[in-house]
Each structure stands twice: as structure tokens, then as C-alpha cells.
Ligand binder design. Sequence first.
Ligand code: ATP
Length: 410
Amino acid sequence: MALFERDYDIYRERDALREDYQPDELVGRDEELRTYKAALQPVINGEQPNNVFLYGKTGVGKTAATRYLLGHLREDAAKYDDISLSIQFLNCDGLTSSYQVATHLVNEFRSEHDQISTTGYPLATVYDMLWEELDDYGGTVLIVLDEIDNIEDDSILYQLPRARANGKLDDTQVGIIGISNDFSFRDDLSPKVKSSLCENEIHFPAYDAEDLKAILRQRADVAFYEDVLEPGVIPLCAAYGAKDAGDARQSIDLLMKAGDIARDAESETITEDHVEEGRTALERGRIEEGIRGLTEHGHLVLYSLVTNEIEGETPIRSRDIRPRYTRFARLAERDPLVPRRMRDHLSELTMLGIVSVTERNEGRRGGTYREYELDLPVEQVLSALSETVQLVGVHESVVDMADVDLAASS
Ligand SMILES: Nc1ncnc2c1ncn2[C@@H]1O[C@H](COP(=O)(O)OP(=O)(O)OP(=O)(O)O)[C@@H](O)[C@H]1O
């Protein structure tokens, strides 16, 4: 018998639940799409394109709407002989300066054999190269800067929209589409940049449970065979999505996780229990990711708290965690932080939902103090801390915990 056999029972097309799937229609975004379409209309008329700025929380369809409309725009523009349209999509994640964005754009426009180094040129030289590449295109060039808030200086956001007015371009008209989920980014822009970049602003609000239900139904119709979903599954995924952040991505991920769990269990249908199980698994994954993302001292403080928890010493005051934290820091060959900085780490752990805190009163004399305890299963935290445990050594309280895979690396 083959080791791998294809599953046919639940999924018709699982890829329809993946992040990179582009649905044929966007549901529940009619108003935003109407405004967005109107902002892009000058392109078809052969006029100077507008700059557009889209903002809204994560997973509310900003990128999906952009890909959807620009896909149609490209197709429709091709029907007009007098329109030449080029679209450049740049995700600014990891690009923190105008310089980096400009060199990346130059390289996007150039052939593979003609790339420039991303360091070493004066900024003005890179801009000159950019104007040259852009002007070689002629017609209209739309540049999409997704996650635009990563760019820490606004030089390029000033230069690009004004390039033609400033005589840098003769043959090409440039339009910028900026996308951001950081609400303060727009407010912090200088007025001169704001007035051009945010010519047309479109806010994408969070989805409510009804919107999410419609989005999930659309995906489910493609992804699953008929009658696979029990009636409560989509409403439950949508309700969790609306409660969390109105984020379509999270709801779709939850539906996929429930589907995978049902498939692994060889179940013929997906049930609400699969959704609950999926939610727990995703939540656990997010928390472990959160723990791994902490600094070294965050890990050391947490490891100190966990060992106290196993020994039944929690809730515990920060001054009582301190001796062990100091010892662990020394074992890890790090200088221990001062008490106040150590407490900052406890506060961060509290904010992340890893630790809970209780305020207590010191009796009649007044004065309050805080006590900390772990808010997650010890095993889960320890397996996310495996690197720290290896660095510091396995504390005696942990030795007998056979369930924890301390050899797991991050
Ligand atoms: N109205 C919608 N109809 C169908 N699918 C949608 C809709 N809105 C969002 N989605 C889907 O949800 C996922 C997240 O959407 P998208 O990437 O557009 O979010 P975003 O607002 O750009 O988020 P981020 O700021 O994190 O990039 C994608 O898989 C997208 O296809």
C-alpha cells in the first residue's frame, strides 16, 4: 500500500483558503471599491493618475481590493491602444528608508543583469536612476507601496508624486497607492507629503460577523465538497473573527484549521468542535510565537517565573522572583537587569497574556504590591522556552516533566 494517498473526502480545493488565493469577487466592500475605482478612473481616461492611500486594520481586504481592481484595470487598459499601463507592487516590509525603497524600485524596473547594489550611492544618484527608469516606460506607471508605514523618512513619498511637476519626468505619469494598517502613520506625515500622497483616502473598517460569514461562505463553496460543513461552523468562525479584530484572514485560517483537524480525524464533516479545537491550536501557536519573540531577559524572567510556578510558589512578588532571575542570568552569562527593568519584563509578559497579575494591599498601613503567576499551561511555556532552558540548564523543578520536549529548538 502506498505511504501517501490522496485525500478526497473534505477538500475540493484547499488552496482556496490560503493567503495567496485571489477570490473572483470581494464581498461586502462595495462602497470602498466604488471609491477606489473612481480614484483609478483617470488611468483609463489617459489622465494623470490620482494618488490613493488605503488604511485600516490588518486583514480587512486592503491588499485583496488592490489586487482585484488593478487586475481589472490592467485587463481593461489593454483594450485601449493609446494607454500603456505598468503596475509595480512593492511590499515595504524590511525597507525602512527612502533609499532602500528607491534602490528596490530601480531594480524592479531593471533587468536581472543590470541590477544596482542596494548600498553605496548618494540618494540623489539613486533618484536620478529611478527617474530615468520611470521615464523610459512612458504612459502610466502605478506604484503600490504595501505596508508603507515601514518607511521611516518621507523623502521618497514627497519626491515620487511630484516627480513630473518637478521636471524629473517627461513621458511618464506616476501614481502612488500607499497601503497601511498603522493609523498613526498618516497623522505623522508632514503636511506637504500628506496633501499629495493622501489625495484620495479610503478607510477599510473592520468586518462584522455578517461580513465574515459572507466571506467564509464564498471561500467554503470553492474549498469544500457540498454538505461537508455542519451548519454552525461558518457562524462560529465568523463570530470568533468579529470578536477578535474583524480580520478576514484570521477567520479563514480558523476555517482551514478546523478542516485540517476534521481531515486528520478522518471525519466526514466539519463540526463546531473542530472549530473549537482549531481555535485552541491557533491560539497556542500565536502565544508560542509571542514567547519566542521576547528578548533574552524576557525569556530569563519567564523561566524564573515558570520554575516558581512548578514549585507551587506563585502568585509571587517580583522581589521574590529576583534571586532566581539573577542566578539564571549569571548562568546564561548575562548581566542581570536592575529590579525596575526586570519588572518591565513582567509587565510585558502580562500584556501578552502569558502572565497574570493581581494587585494586593499591604494591610492597614496602605501600599499596594503586585503578585504574578503564569496564565498558560507550564508545558506549553517551557517548550517555547527550550533554547533558554538549554542556555541556563534544566532547573531541578523541570527535571521530572517528561511531557515537555526541551530538545525542541525554535
Ligand atoms: N471582502 C473580502 N472578500 C473576500 N475575501 C476577502 C475580503 N477581504 C479580505 N479577504 C481575504 O482575507 C485575507 C486578508 O485580506 P488582505 O490581505 O487584503 O488584508 P489587508 O487589509 O491587506 O491586511 P494587511 O494589512 O495585514 O496586509 C485575504 O486572503 C483576502 O483574500
